[in-house]
Design a protein around this ligand. Sequence first.
Ligand code: ADP
Length: 463
Amino acid sequence: MSVLFASSEIYPYAKSGGLADVADALPEALKKSINISRVMPLYSFMDVKKFKLYTSYSVKIATIVYDIEVFSLKKNEITSYFIKAPHLSTTEMMYGSKESDYENNDLRFALFSMAIVKLAQELDIKVLHLNDWHTALAALYVKEFALNIRVIFTIHNLAYQGLFAEHTLCKIGLNKKYFHLDALEFYNKVNFLKAGIAYSDVVTTVSPTYAKEILTREFGCGLDGFLNYHKEKLYGILNGINVTRFNASKDKMIVHNYDRNSLEKKHDNKIDFIQHSTLKDPRKPLFVMVARLVQQKGISLILDSFEELVSQNINLFILGEGDKTISQKFTMLALQHSNFEYFDGYDEALSHKTYAAADFVLIPSIFEPCGLTQLIAMEYGAIPIVHAVGGLKDSVYENGTLCGEGIVYENQNREEFLFAIQRALKLKKNGKKLKKKRVHNMGCDFSFTPSALEYLKLYKSEL
Ligand code: ADP
């Protein structure tokens, strides 16, 4: 069986969040069982000299013919294809500037989707695995051209739907017949994500709890009714991580490698981290947060609880890029508090050093489809503190002996969050208990291997 996995970002070529990690880890976990390749856009910031020209063709969108070049690279036994297309490959960033998304994202990702389908035909692909709205139109094109390709569509975050004004229909040459409630229409706008839901054979999302949550008004982002209509083909499969890449005993990005039997070296990472930061005293518990700075990640709760949080005998470090007003606030707060440091930016190596140094990783998301940071944290022996939603609920437990020991609070409010911090501080004082939890988590399997089997069944239509 030949599978093509399509994503707008794949680590290490381009990454803005967890989607890129999944596009790295899932095909990696599947490669032994099936013939899987991947496709993503060739962005302007990528070095085309690293790739080989594989093929070229043209696609037609709204009477205009666009020339496409497809580059390829085989690495770790997986071939990745990179689509070079007008508009798609000429912007400076992937989706937009810090202020706003690119205005022509409709055309850019329609082109990408059309190019994916054409590539799938050239490669004689049997299963096309699409991810998020950037690839969703490919499901519609497969149906429109009546191709014999099974389509799986994964929603990584329902909050991002690819919404455009009605004139997008004309711009990307979509027949008006698709502009109705059961198809792409969404409050008079064109909704790309709906194409993925309506025209795929199977829809998945990234945790069992999120699969249930998105059927409710609270988490459905306006699509709960539509998803309920399609729920017979909806599955929730928990994400995993690439445990070769996120591996404390081999990670080249951290200073001291360690495993569950040499946790004292984790402490050496913390000492090194504190020395290279504005923070002082490595004996203080180190709380960290590594996240895109958007409200979803619980920024309001952090800000509401901030003064009380930093008044504890702790160090707090936040690594995050995103919303300008949020980063400005954190920058200000860091100037006022010597036990708080904020790094404004996206830095892969620093994120690994942060997980290796951390005692606790804060994940107070309002909603969280799956979340990978809690899995990475546990892989590095740091204890996650999470809000019990989505994939966080499916992977972190406070009481019991299951894999994934952490601190869990039920309701998104200051009192419960600060009480969770108190439980963390109590745990830090009990060195034996803390070590036991760290050792337990580091012996768990957070890889994609178990979930990859679920995807395999869906590819083979065994469910
Ligand atoms: P999301 O996909 O919503 O961003 P996830 O928890 O699924 O959240 O995945 C986030 C990924 O991005 C993790 O690998 C995390 O370490 C990484 N990450 C987030 N922000 C940064 C940053 N500023 N610098 C480096 N890595 C980051």
